[in-house]
Design a protein around this ligand. Sequence first.
Ligand code: SF4
Length: 379
Amino acid sequence: MTTPPPLGLYLHIPFCRQRCDFCAFYLEIYRESRAEAFLRSLIHEIELSAHQHVSPGRPIQSVYLGGGTPTVLAAGQLIAILFEIRRHLTLASDCEITVEAHPSTISERDLVQLRQAGVTRLSLGAESMEDGDLARIGRPGAVRETVTAVAQARAAGFININLDLMYGLPGQSLDRWQQTLAHCLALQPTHLSCYALTVEQDTKLASNIRRERSPAPDEGLQIEMDEAAQLMLVDAGYERYEVSNYAGQGYACRHNLLYWTNGEYLGFGPSAQSYLDGTRFGNVADLEVYDTSLAASRLPNENHTRLSEQEQLRDAVIFGLRLIQGIPSHNLHQHAANYGHEAVTAQLLTQQLIEEDGERSKLSARGLLQADTIAGQLY
Ligand code: SF4
């Protein structure tokens, strides 16, 4: 009997206290009564989906509570979700369990409870270590709350702590970005994610830029910031293992690695996406419809797309190239042949945006700076 491949769970908690100016995620503003109704629906979804989609005993290698802001829910509510997962699914003994937290929505008591309930990894949305940056992107909270949250997480027993950062923020200079990185390094997280600010349509940031109330991100400066992050973080002993992610030894995020290695995952909560048995599907991105569907014991799944073998290889190439270790070269060339991308692939190799060592193909240092454009060319 073959062992089933690892499976990860993603749970989308669709609430925030307010919407940050740059954010285009599906979410609702937190209200206690809505959150209670959502929790009932989510618990029902876990039961229905586990029985429909997961064969008994299949080990779950990672659980990721993201959002939104999962920690707008009380620690007891998050623990109830984990309890329900354990009731219907089998967690691997070394299962990675991540909770995303906004630093101003978490207390030491919450952290102790979450750690005791088996949460192994805390991902704090720091974004910047300068209060002015946070204000300019309409992000609630303050730097001192991030510093306190890290200290409290350690005191609660968390070892694996990620800090999420963004660069290229309105008015942010290279020097200030380097100061943010230095401040984060002083906090000694096990993992850092550094994302370039992108302007999503229909966000307050997009409107501010249109009205010239905020400067548009400067692509050249973002490239310099990306290079500065690589220099400082690698020098401090972190490994860059994905375009935007750096980890101390042994602390790469197992859940996110599933996405980049074309692994399988099951999503819960409104707008959550799943990939299972070669089929992609998603949950409806509407909390009311989600609740109504589950009240009738119907899974709120939609948009089922069965991928052909060629499409599965395409996705493995596109996502896999985000990893610093790259992908098997024969996959890149088979994909190029499948989609008629031989010329563009040859050009990327000639321009040394992709490098090959005979067995593996990977983005070069310059290629990493253009990862999204290259992905678009190869799609
Ligand atoms: S806290 Fe995160 S999910 Fe919520 S609005 Fe801000 S960026 Fe979006």
